[in-house]
Ligand binder design. Structure first.
Ligand code: SAJ
Length: 475
């Protein structure tokens, strides 16, 4: 029996779990571990920093510091705090009491151009674990990371800080999160869980950690690097699919046809073994995941490469997809300029209302929102810009209003950037009145309005992929 196996058997089943990073991933994960009868106690580790120290008391009173609707989370937190199965602490020395520690810390990119991620927060977390690591403990990285990080940077820091050896004295694995805001608990319980250890013993120990919290999901074991590539490529593929339909939308605009007719046609080919997952074009791709995971995968190829890559003299398809999706806010700007020009208005002296600051419809999450580069282009061009969003209340250096009338008052153009439910009932006459314009402009980046209703009311309409309408006669 290898050394690690016997250490784990000596330690027995996992009973105490530490979760580092009280955010969108760490909080629901800790609550579900704590709610499982398999485990005795869960500690949530949170630095008592000026920006996020407030979370400690909030969590210890059973309240969620997460913004926005998260079905079931508040009740579950109340329950596990009352039962003393969950506690949040800034005391990292208690890590040494744990059987397993998971790290759910953000891994943004400093600058995608040179493929350099900002791992500073993750490194600090791993170093904390290394300082208190005991033989027989399991360490799991849940953050989305560059392939090669678990067997590379993470292993090195843990061994350096602890003097212990991964795969001999402690178990090490990667089990990437697959959650979406608005359904965090459900995603953790129902999505299959990718679990990849640096060796089979580590993989099995990590399976023992995650299996108890899964309801519909099943565990899919593999190597740590395969798990890292699985996570980064599933988001890269989604980004690629979105780029494919965004490119199609741009083609349809140039060809004078409706991308949604084409989309319905393409999606109609069904049957034996045929899956046509054609997604939706739009004003851009935001969020904390699709905007960076391609670069994690590309960087992973550089650091985890074990053989020469045999690839044609072509740019990476994945990076090209990123560039196409990053172009969409600029395309929205071009559509706005074109529309205003149709009524002899210049962007420089125009008032523009942006509807929807969140990166996702019906959410308050505005991380890497595509509306921001669009707004920057408008302001650089001298336009006056107002922003409306029913869910996003605060955003650095951007004033966001929940008062539609105030935002639309006297505007020349209304530009839809997020598909929030309420925007599907935008009413042309009401908008026209509020704008006070005979020919207001509407640019629809999420296909929320019926073009003819606005065109008939005298609007200048532009829509992503609506080549069949974008050249309409102004009535
Ligand atoms: N978007 C489109 N067209 C579409 C779908 C999305 O333009 O057809 C845009 C959205 O408007 C948004 C962006 O893409 O701006 C991202 O949307 P998303 O639905 O992918 O939301 P994320 O980024 O929160 O969630 C993704 C999901 N990944 C996959 O489905 C492969 C989620 O399952 C992951 O858990 C999450 O990334 C993550 O945390 O990695």
């Amino acid at each position: 029996m290898d050394k690690l196996q016997s250490l784990l058997e000596e330690r027995g089943p996992i009973k105490k779990i530490g979760v580092i990073g009280m955010g969108y991933v760490g909080i629901p994960a800790a609550a579900l571990f704590a709610d499982s009868a398999e485990f005795d106690k869960v500690l949530g580790f949170q630095r008592n920093s000026p920006t996020s120290g407030y979370k400690i008391d909030l969590l210890n009173s059973g309240e969620s510091p997460l913004k926005g609707e998260e079905p079931g989370l508040e009740d579950l937190l109340q329950k596990v705090v009352e039962k003393d199965k969950f506690e949040c602490t800034p005391d990292f020395s208690r890590l040494g009491e744990m059987d397993a520690v998971t790290l759910a810390i953000q891994t943004p990119f400093k600058d995608p151009k040179d493929l350099l991620p900002d791992f500073s927060a993750l490194e600090a977390g791993i170093r904390h674990v290394g300082q208190y690591l005991q033989p027989g403990m399991l360490v799991v990285l849940e953050s989305t990371i560059t392939p090669g990080t678990t067997t590379g940077m993470a292993r090195e820091i843990l061994e350096e800080e602890s003097g212990l050896k991964a795969g001999e004295d402690f178990a090490l694995a990667h089990a990437p999160e697959r959650v979406m805001v608005g359904r965090l608990l459900q995603n953790i319980q129902e999505h299959d869980r990718i679990v990849g250890g640096i060796d089979d013993v580590s993989t099995q120990r990590a399976v023992d950690l995650y299996e108890p919290v899964l309801t519909k999901g099943r565990v899919i074991p593999m190597s740590a690097t395969a798990a890292e590539v699985t996570k980064t490529s599933e988001n890269t593929f989604r980004d690629l699919q979105i780029a494919a339909v965004n490119q199609l939308a741009l083609y349809c605009e140039a060809m004078g046809i409706n991308v949604y007719d084409v989309r319905e046609g393409v999606a109609s080919l069904k049957g034996e073994g045929i899956t046509r997952a054609i997604l939706y074009p739009g004003a851009g791709v935001g969020g904390h995941c699709l905007t960076k995971d391609t670069y994690h995968l590309e960087r992973g190829l550089q650091i985890a490469k074990q053989a020469d890559l045999d690839f044609p003299q072509e740019p990476s398809l994945y990076v090209t997809a990123r560039h196409i999706n990053d172009f969409m806010p600029e395309h929205m700007y071009n559509l706005t300029v074109e529309a205003l020009a149709r009524i002899n208005k210049n962007i420089a002296n125009s008032k523009v209302a942006i509807l929807g600051w969140a990166f996702l419809n019906d959410s308050d999450d505005a991380r890497n929102t595509p509306a921001e580069p669009y707004r920057d282009l408008l302001i650089d061009a001298g336009a006056e810009v107002k922003v409306h969003d029913p869910h996003v209340l605060l955003y650095p250096d951007v004033e966001i209003s929940q008062d539609m009338e105030e935002v639309l008052d006297g505007v020349d153009a209304v530009v839809v950037f997020a598909g929030h439910r309420q925007y599907y009932s935008l009413e042309p006459r009401q908008l026209q009145e509020l704008s006070g314009q005979t020919h207001p402009v509407i640019v629809d980046g999420r296909n929320v309005v019926e073009p003819d209703a606005f065109i008939d009311a005298g609007f200048v309409y532009k829509g992503i992929g609506r080549g069949d309408k974008n050249g309409h006669e102004v009535k």
